[in-house]
Structure formats: structure tokens, C-alpha cells
Design a protein around this ligand. Structure first.
Ligand code: HMG
Ligand code: MG
Length: 302
């Protein structure tokens, strides 16, 4: 048995707190507060920030002001500010707001697809087709999410083959990367390894990102399995903010501070300033009047 960890030497982080985090917070933030959060995050060395979402305000009121947010942030040339776009209406909004990148979001579960975006998986792929075409024409990269890859709040177990099918379709349609989402955080290292075993038989590790919600405290363990399988792109949310409004019981994403703490201490370079991130996590938790869900952020602040 070998105790040497064979993992990538660098990793790329997508900070999803301003979108995945804030979309599910009870205390609504003003445009100014969101802008301040994103500008603070861009000062930490993070290069990819999901800044908002162009979805129906009836469905997700917290994201209704994403156009103003994108308009008012102070942009850094080397930072990609992205937004979710479920359909052409959303894409046009994101384009008008100068999003640098957009993300379409599908699922490996039919029921979740219906609850989240009001259509079947097949219908969602049809809606995404013109979005990808328009994005290509505008020179904007498209990321593809696949939700419920390790379990669904409505269907329970999800077959890895269903995840592979949607992932391969999204990639063949033109997504540069798919982000596999453990939407309700039920995955364990064993299930993650089984899923990756199948995905990596068909898709290169460079085109897979992991989006692990931390509901059952398994997110970092699952990230480690990803690292050991060559994956080096991870989503996380400062202070572990948020969840998904259409997945009952889903807690926030893996806290960015905890991810960076682990990676930095494994000599995996992310370019992110951990101490700055801890401050931001504390500030936003205070603003939202909620406990900081980052373990390392909390440990360093007591
Ligand atoms: P629908 O009702 O089927 O759409 O919703 P529709 O085309 O029939 O339109 C209904 C109304 O919404 C119309 O307005 C449209 O104009 C409007 P009305 O005429 O009634 O006044 N509308 C829009 N408004 C603003 N922006 C748009 C837009 N599109 C239509 N883009 C729709 C379909 C997809 C719009 C809806 O279901 C929706 O907005 N869903 C969003 C759900 C969502 O944002 N969920 C959270 C993000 S996903 C997530 O968190 C998971 C992830 O983190 C990964 C993981 O953790 O697994 C990514
Ligand atoms: Mg999510």
C-alpha cells in the first residue's frame, strides 16, 4: 500500500458564493452588498467568479438584480465573471450585462429537471442548443452543470450512466467543461469513485469540475477522490453560503476557505489568498446574520 498522494500540483477554483450561495439565502442582499462581495472575492486571487443568474425572478427572486450586479462590479481583466443562463432569454440578459462566460444547467434526474427548470432533460438540452450557438457566435465560453450526480431529492439513487449520458451530450454540444453537482451532498467517497470511474472512461479529467454540496460533511472527502483521479477544477462557496431552492435540505456548497486550506496544505497551488478569504467569509456571514459554515474560517476567527 502506498501512502504517497498522487494529485495535481495546481487547481482552479470557481467561486460560486455570489450565485449558488446567495440564491438560497433568506436575507436578501442589496446590489451594493453583492457588488462589494464580488469585488472583495476578486481581490483574493480567485480567477473565476459566478456572479449571478439570469433566471425567472418568480423562481429565484434573490437573483433578480444580476444585471445591475454585473454592471456595477469593478472588473479585473484576468477574472472571469460568469452567470447561469437556462434559456435564450437568460443568455440575452447575460450578454447585455457583459458576462464573460455563461453556464447552462441540466440534471441527471428527470424529476429534478422538472422541479428546477420546468422541463424534461431532453427539453432542457433543446433549450440549451441555441444558447450554445449564440454564445459561440459571441465568443463566450459555456460551462455545463449536471445536477444530482450522486443522488436526487425526488428520485433517490441516480445511475452513473445517466450522469455520463448528459455529461457527454453537454460536452458534444460545445461546453468546455462540465461541473458535476452533488446537489444535496449525499455522495460519499465510494460513490464518487464509482461515478468518476465511469466518467473518466469516456471524458478527460481536464474537462470535469466537481461541485460538491456539503450537506452531510462529505464534500472535501469527495474532492480528494477527484484530485486522486486527476481532477483539478472545483466549485466552492465562501463561508459555505447557500444551497439550491429546488432541492429541499440542500446546504451550501463546500466552503471555499476549507477547500483552499486543504489544497494549500497539500502544496496544490490555487493562487488564492486564504486569509483574505477568511475575512470575506466572516464579513458576509455577519451581513447575512448567519453562522459562518466554513470550519477553517470559524477556527481562525475565535
Ligand atoms: P418556465 O415557467 O417554464 O418558462 O420557467 P417560460 O418560458 O414559460 O416563462 C415563464 C415566465 O418566466 C415568463 O414571464 C418569462 O418571460 C419568464 P411572464 O410572461 O410569466 O411574466 N422567463 C424569464 N425571466 C427572466 N429570465 C429568464 C426567463 N425565462 C423565462 N431567463 C425557467 C423556465 C427556466 C425560466 C424557470 O424554471 C427558472 O427560472 N428556473 C431557474 C431555477 C434556478 O435558478 N435554480 C437554481 C439554479 S440551479 C442550481 O442551483 C444547481 C447547481 O448549483 C448545480 C448543483 O448544485 O447541482 C447549478
Ligand atoms: Mg449548487
Amino acid at each position: 500500500m502506498s501512502f504517497i498522494l498522487d494529485v495535481p500540483s495546481t487547481a482552479s477554483i470557481v467561486e460560486v458564493g455570489p450565485r449558488d450561495g446567495l440564491q438560497n439565502e433568506k436575507t436578501p442582499l442589496t446590489v451594493e452588498d453583492k457588488v462589494a462581495l464580488i469585488d472583495a472575492l476578486s481581490s483574493t486571487g480567485l480567477k473565476r467568479i459566478e456572479a449571478g443568474s439570469f433566471v425567472s425572478p418568480q423562481w429565484v427572486p434573490q437573483m433578480a438584480n444580476s444585471d445591475q450586479v454585473l454592471d456595477q462590479i469593478t472588473r479585473k481583466n484576468d477574472v472571469i465573471y460568469s452567470a447561469l443562463t437556462p434559456n435564450m432569454r437568460g443568455f440575452e440578459g447575460a450578454l447585455a450585462a457583459n458576462a464573460n462566460e455563461v453556464a447552462i444547467f441540466g440534471a441527471a434526474s428527470e424529476s429534478f429537471s422538472q422541479k428546477n427548470i420546468n422541463c424534461s432533460i431532453d427539453e432542457s438540452l433543446q433549450r440549451f442548443t441555441p444558447v450554445i450557438e449564440a454564445a459561440k457566435a459571441a465568443g463566450i465560453k459555456v460551462r455545463g452543470y449536471v445536477s444530482c450526480v450522486l443522488g436526487c431529492p425526488y428520485e433517490g439513487e441516480i445511475a452513473p450512466q445517466a450522469v455520463l449520458d448528459v455529461s457527454e451530450t453537454l460536452l458534444s454540444m460545445g461546453c468546455y467543461e462540465i461541473s458535476i453537482g452533488d446537489t444535496i451532498g449525499v455522495g460519499t467517497p465510494k460513490k464518487t469513485a464509482q461515478l468518476l470511474n465511469l466518467l473518466l472512461s469516456r471524458i478527460s479529467a481536464q474537462r470535469i469540475a466537481m461541485h460538491m454540496h456539503d450537506t452531510y460533511g462529505q464534500a472535501l472527502a469527495n474532492v480528494l477522490v477527484g484530485l486522486q483521479n486527476g481532477i483539478s477544477s472545483f466549485d466552492s462557496s465562501v463561508a459555505g453560503l447557500g444551497g439550491c431552492p429546488y432541492a429541499k435540505g440542500a446546504s451550501g456548497n463546500l466552503a471555499s476557505e476549507d477547500l483552499i486550506y486543504m489544497l494549500a496544505n497539500m502544496d496544490i497551488d490555487t493562487g488564492v489568498d486564504f486569509q483574505k478569504l477568511v475575512h470575506i467569509g466572516n464579513d458576509i456571514s455577519a451581513k447575512l446574520q448567519r453562522a459562518n459554515a466554513s470550519k477553517s474560517g470559524t477556527a481562525l476567527s475565535n
